[in-house]
Design a protein around this ligand. Structure first.
Ligand code: URA
Length: 239
């Protein structure tokens, strides 16, 4: 594929802008400046640099973000900046969007992709990808609350009880909850339904993919093939 076209597919701007970026000598392939927009490269495993920043060619983008508090998972945020503002422009131009939503005040692992089929697969209730949440609570967590979260609680919008796939107390006012659905404010509503209140909420894992300890709040990185497989490795449904 021609270099300018490669940049175009990766979200660096219009065809004309991409040809300009290359012609200005801002792109390196294999460490060498390539200023011919028509220069041809195979895209398999292709890594190039644009203005010193390394990019790996990806037919579709899948990244993880350590979502900080104070950001909304919406393209058109109302009160706080969008999580998309934490990503570089090429990813935004490619139209990546969050896989499901975390509340504005929730922190932790958020996946974003421009792969619509993957979003559907990851958010499908049939897939049962477990999501692990660490909640800090207002009142001490009791054994009875844990038992009720595991048995199932009725939320106000659905007569069917929802139950946690796993729940454990991790501190006096802290609990870890694993959910396989993704209902609106689900953790906060479930914890409220058993008589406690969530004060802080952090998602630590999706399927077998844990938020890496070295990814600070606000930072993002590409999801590699092994990590992508891990997301589905601990689902309880069909893969
Ligand atoms: N459940 C909630 O209540 N909030 C989130 O952000 C995610 C799950």
């Amino acid at each position: 594929m021609q270099l300018a076209q490669i940049l175009f597919t990766q979200g660096f701007g219009t065809r004309r802008i991409c040809a300009g970026i290359v012609a200005k000598g801002l792109v390196r392939v294999g460490g060498q400046v390539v200023d011919d927009p028509h220069a041809d490269f195979g895209t398999d495993e292709l890594v190039f640099e644009v203005e010193g920043r390394a990019w790996r060619y990806a037919e579709q983008a899948l990244v993880m973000l350590h979502k900080p508090a104070g950001h909304e998972c919406s393209r058109k945020p109302r009160h706080h900046p969008s999580v998309l503002s934490l990503l570089p422009p090429p990813l935004r131009t490619r139209g990546v969007q969050p896989v499901g939503r975390l509340d504005e005040d929730t922190t932790g692992l958020l996946l974003l992709t421009d792969d619509g089929a993957l979003i559907r697969r990851l958010t499908s209730p049939k897939q049962h990808v477990p999501k692990v949440y660490e909640a800090g609570t207002k009142h001490p967590v009791t054994d009875e609350q844990i038992a009720r979260l595991l048995q199932g609680v009725v939320l106000d919008d659905d007569p069917q009880p929802v139950r946690a796939a796993a729940a454990e107390r991790t501190g006096d006012t802290a609990l870890r909850l694993t959910l396989t659905e993704g209902k609106y404010h689900q953790v906060k509503r479930m914890v409220a339904a058993v008589g406690n209140r969530v004060e802080t909420l952090h998602r630590s894992a999706m399927g077998g993919l844990m938020l890496p300890a070295d990814l600070p709040p606000g930072a993002w990185r590409w999801v590699d093939a092994g990590e992508r497989a891990a997301i589905f490795s601990e689902g309880t449904g069909p893969s």
